[in-house]
Write a protein that binds this ligand. Structure first.
Ligand SMILES: Cc1cc2nc3c(=O)[nH]c(=O)nc-3n(C[C@H](O)[C@H](O)[C@H](O)COP(=O)(O)OP(=O)(O)OC[C@H]3O[C@@H](n4cnc5c(N)ncnc54)[C@H](O)[C@@H]3O)c2cc1C
Length: 349
């Protein structure tokens, strides 16, 4: 047994890079000196990497495409890049490996005449990260099609299956960002798709494009792609993590308290009398669209997006975010919540 552990240790140890710059592993384009880094392509490599980290008493951070992470300048422990690939169909179920690109899953599902994911086109990143914040766009979210996921426990290396209820999905939320934070690494995700295409065109942008519901899944996916390309800065050209803040959700009491101040900011009724408020509109109202702090800027294209205008550091990005949050809170008495995950900051656990 001891010999096997040593062999695993040697094998994974050879693949680990030290002082690895994560700049090409995050769409914000931030430099981050990771103490140890390894890319894993299958379950055995992942288990070996976790066991290696356990032996060395290192913290572990999993990353996919880095499209929803703000890295600190340094990150202690072992960073595990999830590079497992594979998509397989079983009837209406699709099972995709964590490192598979989300966009590839959307495209492959449509090509296999299984539907439902069209509105989630062009969301950057990997399949394994999708459950973390229950990705969503244009009235659809992962939870709508989710069956289960397979995840490895960071300490024991054991595999666990989580069904939809156990994942505790909410608006950009799951149990893996809350009570099970840092405890599991997602290895694969199973979704149940639809064999008959039902367009979901409730969003005004989509309604404006389709006069009737006689359209194909590919047409809807293409329309979503075009709309997003027109609205959001391309992370391959200008560093960003998409929406930087969640749209605030208010209870009826909270809404009553702030309603007089909203000054035309759009409010959408959700459920139980709650409302969702456009964070972008709040930021525009406080006059910060286009505002910058050193090399961090509020996108001219979309006020919800913070962009890296050059060689921004995480301190500039988060400093600008604080400026925005303070301005919004003092004018509207509404607290904005940062959406991307912050890794390596000692003041955030
Ligand atoms: C231009 C742009 C547009 C975007 N639009 C949307 C949108 O419309 N809707 C939306 O919901 N999001 C959106 N996002 C955010 C982002 O695309 C999603 O959150 C995506 O799921 C992140 O995938 P990733 O592989 O890049 O994850 P990463 O950024 O690498 O990781 C995100 C989090 O998940 C964890 N993680 C990653 N992989 C695993 C794993 N296998 N197991 C356990 N934990 C893991 C990381 O530790 C981190 O906490 C957008 C981002 C950009 C840049």
């Amino acid at each position: 047994m001891q010999r096997r552990i040593q062999l695993v240790d040697i094998r994974i140890g050879e693949q680990v890079s030290e002082h690895y710059d994560l700049v090409t592993h995050n769409t914000m384009g931030l430099h981050c000196d990771a103490q140890h880094f390894v890319s894993v392509t299958n379950e055995d490599e992942l288990r070996a990497a976790l066991s290696w980290a356990q032996q060395k008493r290192l913290d572990v951070s999993a990353i996919g495409g880095g499209s929803n992470i703000i890295f600190a300048p340094t990150l202690n422990g072992l960073v595990v890049h999830m590079a497992m690939k594979g998509i397989r169909f079983e009837g209406q179920h699709v099972i995709a490996a964590a490192g598979e690109s989300w966009q590839n899953l959307v495209d492959t599902s449509i090509s296999n005449e299984l539907f439902g994911l069209e509105n989630l086109s062009l969301i950057p990143g990997t399949v394994g990260a999708a459950p973390m914040q229950n990705i969503g766009a244009y009235g659809v979210e992962l939870a709508d099609f989710f069956v289960s996921l397979l995840a490895m426990h960071v300490v024991t290396g054991e595999m666990h299956v989580f069904d939809r209820t156990q994942c505790g999905f909410g608006y950009r939320q799951s149990v893996f960002k809350a009570e099970l934070k840092n405890q599991f690494i997602i290895v694969s995700v199973t979704l149940a798709l639809e064999s008959e295409f039902t367009p979901r065109l409730d969003y005004p942008d989509l309604q404006a494009r389709f006069a009737t519901s006689h359209c194909s899944a590919r047409q809807v996916a293409d329309a979503v792609t075009e709309i997003r390309q027109g609205k959001l800065p391309d992370p391959f050209k200008v560093g960003n993590t998409g929406s930087f803040f969640k749209n605030p959700e208010l209870t009826p009491d909270q809404h009553r308290r702030v309603a007089g101040r909203l000054d035309g900011v759009p409010v959408h009724r959700i459920k139980d009398g709650r409302v969702k408020i456009s964070a972008a509109a709040l930021i525009e109202k406080v006059g910060l669209k286009g505002h910058s702090l050193k090399s961090a800027g509020v996108s001219e294209q979309h006020a919800l997006v913070i962009v890296n205008l050059g060689e921004a550091k995480s301190a500039h990005i988060l400093g600008l975010a604080t400026e925005i949050m303070t301005a919004v809170e003092s004018r509207f008495d509404i607290k904005l919540e940062i959406e991307p995950v912050r890794l390596g900051f000692t003041d955030i656990n």
